[in-house]
Design a protein around this ligand. Sequence first.
Ligand SMILES: *Cc1c(COP(=O)(O)O)cnc(C)c1O
Length: 459
Amino acid sequence: MSADLRALPSIDRLLGEAASLVAAHGRAATAQALRDTLQAVRDHRPDPLPDAAALVAEAAARLARQARPGLRPIFNLTGTVLHTNLGRALLAEVAIEAATAAMRDAVALEFDLDTGRRGERDSHLRGLLCELTGAEDATVVNNNAAAVLIALNTLGAGREAVVSRGELIEIGGAFRMPDIMARAGVRLVEVGTTNRTHPKDYLGAITPETGLILKVHTSNYRIEGFTAEVSGAALAKIATDKKVPLLNDLGSGTLVDLSRYGLAREPTVREAVAEGADLVTFSGDKLLGGPQAGFILGRRDLIAAINRNPMKRALRLDKIRLAALEATLRLYRDPDRLAERLPTLALLARPQAEIEAQARRLAPQVAALLPAGLDVEPAECRSQIGSGALPLETLPSHALRLTAPGGRALEALQAALRDLPRPVVGRIQDGALLLDLRCLTEEALFLDTLAALPRAALA
Ligand SMILES: *Cc1c(COP(=O)(O)O)cnc(C)c1O
């Protein structure tokens, strides 16, 4: 005998008992959640039927779930510090404050406070960028993909761009250099081979049709072995001799010598500018540690041409990001205190010994909070920088290594961790779930969050 569905309370009666839900979520959403709850009961016909209080509680759970923001904070324990799918750089507190202030109030976005006349959006960053890099002029757009697109289009529309076959990168998503060139209206002229490109290759390809030479940082891979590439300095000389501009896409780009923080040395933006590139482009939210943005620095006449390109309006930044960028760049004026103030750099530079101590401290506490049948032990691992920055370099780190008797249990655990109020994301490696602790700064909150896990053994 299945339950008699006619015994279920009416929506009106349930709404009467759900006053606090109506106050929190509104009458329409509450009524819908109650209807969905009743429909689920009709579909599954549990016996005995839930009473009114149980139905309201179930609707409350539905509403709470719907109210969780899609972009709520998560614990990034993947070991990839600049994880593109997890939003890349974490901003400095001063940048967050600047962005918040710009959101809340009117700001002099395009208004010159000295003259009272119309001002320029780029003026807030130009001085800082030129000071920090030695560039003559600068502008900023939505991201580095946009920076490359508008720079290519401005320098080379209807003409040719000469680029090494070793640098025709795909960054991920749909960012493939040949496709971007086509969309920018530039004809691609490939020179050299995958592993070796020489000055004579560029020289042989430059014709009156050439609009620019493009150099691209091979961000996410390295060609090793029998290789040759033409340095930025040598290319700059060729570009000057042949009177064609050189665009150098640095990818991540960095304003400081990272070896100061125990990372591999990458050429800085200042060095790329000094080498003689006419324009350089790089990202705001990779190693720089700011919000998503793309910088274009270099010759004043070329920056002016970019600013006249109608694409600029479509690719420009809003006041919120400009405020955050300005505050982030200002931190670079005091490199000695950068690692304390810029979270991305602090995480990248975090000493392994500190992470290991954290793993040893947390392992027994986490074991006590996880479902039965799981093993937790501290284990050495390697973190990645991410976003194609320093692709071969990994950083020694420490993880909580979670293992379960059956493989299915690990997948169920991963799903349960993703379903927490503040989701926990790790990575599966060698049959274990690794929670790399490099980016775990809020330890107490992490333990509180895990306490919400269902404790029953996972199937
Ligand atoms: C990451 C990268 C880009 C794209 O930058 P976004 O800021 O992600 O748009 C372009 N070129 C290179 C070489 C890169 O590494």
